[in-house]
Design a protein around this ligand. Structure first.
Ligand code: TNX
Length: 501
């Protein structure tokens, strides 16, 4: 498949769709060897990020300077934006002399930078110098998100992915205004974060993966680097320690977490069974473990929110599950942490401050509806829509199909505001697209399953309901294939998208 690589871009092609935009073709701005990026103080980081994105392909120096020269440039300003942009949006005005990006916060400027790069030809995404001209589509944009939580989840437990691979993934998802990366750090097959008070979690529990490969783990220093890298891209990492189920890796490292005192062997089969493991909810050592792990995690989590999983605890006795969840929530609160859990956590009747991540398929769940009536907020990850590990169609060699095949239409064509029965949009914190990695082993696999579906979920999270239009989305998305090609993204060329010939 070949995709056109040098066509000019337009405000009408931006993904996620903007709240409001007006193209003015006679007001295009040209990037030249003497263009400067004007950004001072707290705006400087967004300016530097923009310069780093644009320099390789243009070959221009694009210095980031504190003051505007008379001949204009790209100007990033904190303050003075239309108040409708709120804390996360931005306002962009492009005319022949200058580009002015305004926002109330650094996060808003960063979102605007992501839009701005989409107003340049796709070749700007190449890491090698390309021929211009470097035209920024003229016009005006006012833009801000529909939902606060626009997440992607990556499972580094079933198969390990390196710090470099995760950083690359962060850069790719941030382009689509994703602002949360939920990292699924522990599961039956692997424990991926160093915990200094329980060292064998990582050294033993991190030593393998699905199918018995070498696995791996992040040292705390590496993990901190990852968190900082994400933060610089306005992506908050939410670490998940999946307890009390999905815990074989921890049990195999420490026998005192089991009820029979015998550590099970590492789970290394190529099979992908779930729901067979549980921390022993009656052991004191289990709660010392939870306390120590959450204490160390709180120091590594500037976002202040952790995910405790709590899904598929099929072998945890129901009363014990309830007791465990309440103790874990109290321990987390003691370390100043806010908590998210998969929707099964509602079986324990947690306080409304616990955010619930819905991964069902039907949208009908009485516990979820009742919880939202008491103030619980929901993150929507319906498996039949948002699961990036589902196959696009039956012929795809990787991925699962238990929640159905998900091509771009299935990923895009639903409304997070009305998906759950008896749950008002006001209870929806946002959307999240989970990428489980039982069958995914390489960076190309991550790309292939994420693109183009992740941009579909990102648009549901960002763009107003009024812009929802599957044909227009397909047309806009079609223009992004050339960007992914220039970035070396191994995307799936869905037949539902009219890619340019
Ligand atoms: C269900 S979704 C799981 C995961 C699997 C996934 C595979 C959820 C909370 N649990 O453990 O990896 O399906 O699609």
């Amino acid at each position: 498949m070949s995709v056109r690589t040098s066509a000019a871009a337009s405000i009408a092609d931006v993904v996620p769709a903007v709240v409001s935009g007006r193209s003015a073709p006679d007001a295009d701005f040209q990037l030249t060897p003497s263009t400067t990026i004007v950004a001072a103080g707290a705006a400087e980081a967004a300016g530097t990020y923009l310069a780093e994105v644009l320099r390789p392909a243009t070959g221009y120096p694009l210095p980031v300077v504190p003051r505007e020269s008379p001949d204009g440039g790209i100007v990033l300003v904190l303050g003075g934006a239309d108040p409708r942009v709120g804390a996360a949006g931005y306002q962009l005005v492009v005319d022949r002399r200058r580009v002015v990006l305004r926002a109330a916060t650094a996060a808003g400027l960063f979102a605007g930078v992501q839009t701005l790069r989409q107003l340049l030809p796709a070749t700007v995404e190449s890491r090698q110098q390309q021929p211009g001209p470097w035209t920024v589509c003229g016009g005006e944009i006012l833009d801000y998100p529909r939902f606060a939580h626009r997440g992607a989840m990556l499972d580094v437990a079933r198969h390990f992915f390196t710090v470099e691979e995760v950083k690359r993934h962060i850069d790719l998802i941030a382009q689509y205004k994703i602002n949360v990366l939920h990292l699924h750090l522990t599961d039956d097959q692997g424990w991926r974060l160093e915990i200094t008070s329980w060292p064998r979690l990582a050294t033993h529990g991190g030593g393998t993966q699905v199918g018995g490969g070498p696995g791996g783990y992040y040292t705390q220093r590496e993990y901190q680097d990852l968190v900082a890298y994400a933060a610089a891209r306005h992506v908050t990492i939410i670490p998940e320690i999946d307890i009390p189920g999905h815990s074989n890796a921890a049990l195999s490292a420490y026998a005192e977490l089991t009820c029979d005192g015998e550590a099970p062997p590492p789970f290394t089969t190529s099979g992908t069974a779930v729901g067979f493991s549980s921390l022993c909810v009656d052991n004191d050592s289990t709660y010392r473990f939870v306390d120590d792990v959450l204490e160390e995690l709180s120091a590594l989590t500037p976002g202040g929110r952790v995910h405790i999983g709590a899904d598929e605890a099929d072998v945890t006795p129901p009363e014990g599950y309830r007791k465990f969840v309440h103790r874990a929530l109290a321990i987390a609160a003691g370390h100043g942490l806010e908590v998210t859990g998969w929707h099964e956590v509602l079986r324990a009747d947690p306080p409304p401050a616990t955010v619930v991540q819905y991964w069902g398929t039907s949208g009908v769940d009485n516990l979820v509806a009742a919880a939202t009536a008491r103030g619980t907020e929901i993150v929507l990850s319906p498996a039949s829509r948002a699961y990036l590990d589902m196959k696009y169609h039956r012929g795809i060699p990787i991925g699962f199909k238990w929640a159905g095949f998900i091509d771009v239409d299935e990923a895009y064509n639903w409304d997070p505001g009305s998906f759950l029965r008896d749950v008002p949009e006001s209870a929806v914190l946002g959307v999240e697209a989970p990428l489980w990695s039982e069958t995914l082993t390489s960076r190309d696999d991550l790309d292939f399953m994420s693109f183009p579906r992740l941009p579909a979920i990102a648009e549901l999270g960002w763009s107003p309901r009024s812009t929802h239009d599957r044909q227009d989305f397909a047309r806009r998305l079609a223009r992004h294939g050339a960007r992914w090609t220039a970035q070396g993204v191994a995307f799936y060329p869905s037949t539902q998208i009219p890619w340019p010939a």
